[in-house]
Ligand binder design. Structure first.
Ligand code: PMV
Length: 289
């Protein structure tokens, strides 16, 4: 029996624009998904298409138990974390000897297949490797970890990443003269933020700009606007949608002393708050009996 875990992730900057080759910055966060795999001749069928595909790709059969600290369909990378942790646990339980890179690439192939082609390598790469990552097209670069204090606010409005990506694609086709400059501006904000990555106050301002640009792209939602405003009013350096938008989660960058106040303000707006910070670990072995 082998148990592995993988962390969730947030986009600090650049979601949607990364789909069009602009830079984006994502970070692994503390909440994790834990997956236990056991060799079994008569495995029960997993309820998740991601898990079924993991066993199929690795060419083995086994039973699986999942414990998740991440809500699904909220934009925190739960499907990537389940896939990465399952592949890692299978690899360990069956002594397959694959590398972390292989696990990340296979997880990306599985996400693409299950999500019918609509996935960037961001989630699977960040879940497998942890830390902070700069994504530009297909290139991924690990950035030196920053100890950013973050509060995630879940709107509890489920979203579909595929639908939101399609919506931005439609806007771009219909109004390229409007949508393209917005995507360029998001890329510029990400680059400016990268130059100030050690300065949370500045970063907060870039987050606010990024949020306004995401709303201009049409991926806002009344509840995410409410949570973003509440976070800023209660002392966050800045706040924005994180992930595909249209519901899902927001992220607020906070001074350490303001974290619980910001979390309280989010909960008072009927959002669900998670106080967290960077997880540098990536996929991790928890137990092997
Ligand atoms: O909602 P999430 O966390 O799956 O993020 C989607 C981010 C997009 O840039 C909109 C799409 C992608 O695959 O990068």
């Amino acid at each position: 029996m082998a148990t592995w875990s993988a962390p969730g992730k947030v986009f600090l900057f650049g979601e949607h624009a990364v789909v069009y080759g602009k830079p984006g910055v994502a970070m692994a966060i503390k909440p994790r998904v834990f997956v236990t795999v056991r060799k079994s001749r008569n495995p029960t069928r997993a309820k998740s298409p991601y898990i079924d595909e993991c066993f199929r790709m690795m060419g083995v059969r086994g039973s699986v138990y999942v414990h998740s600290q991440l809500q699904s369909s909220s934009g925190l990378g739960s499907s990537a974390a389940v896939t990465v942790a399952t592949l890692s646990a299978i690899n360990d339980e069956f002594n397959l000897g694959h590398t972390r890179e292989y696990v990340a690439e296979t997880a990306f192939a599985i996400e693409k297949k299950v999500q019918k082609g609509r996935a960037s390598p961001t989630d699977t790469y960040v879940c497998a490797n942890g830390g902070m990552v700069l994504i530009t097209g297909n290139s991924k670069r690990r950035l030196p970890p920053e100890n950013l204090q973050v509060v995630v606010g879940n709107t509890l409005v489920p979203h579909s990443t595929a639908k939101m990506v399609e919506q931005v694609g439609n806007l771009r086709r219909k109004h390229p003269e409007v949508a393209n400059p917005i995507l360029d501006a998001i890329g510029a904000v990400t680059l400016a933020a990268l130059h100030n990555i050690g300065n949370p106050k500045e970063l907060g301002q870039y987050m606010d700009m990024n949020h306004a640009l995401l709303e201009a792209l049409g991926v806002g939602h009344p509840v995410s606007s409410k949570l973003v405003l509440a976070a800023r009013a209660s002392g966050a350096y800045g706040a924005k949608i994180t992930g595909a938008g249209g519901g899902g989660c927001i992220i607020a960058l906070c001074p350490r002393r303001a974290k619980s106040r910001v979390a309280g303000a989010i909960e008072a707006c009927e959002g669900r708050a998670i106080i967290t910070t960077i997880d540098t670990d990536g996929a991790r072995k928890e137990k092997h009996d």
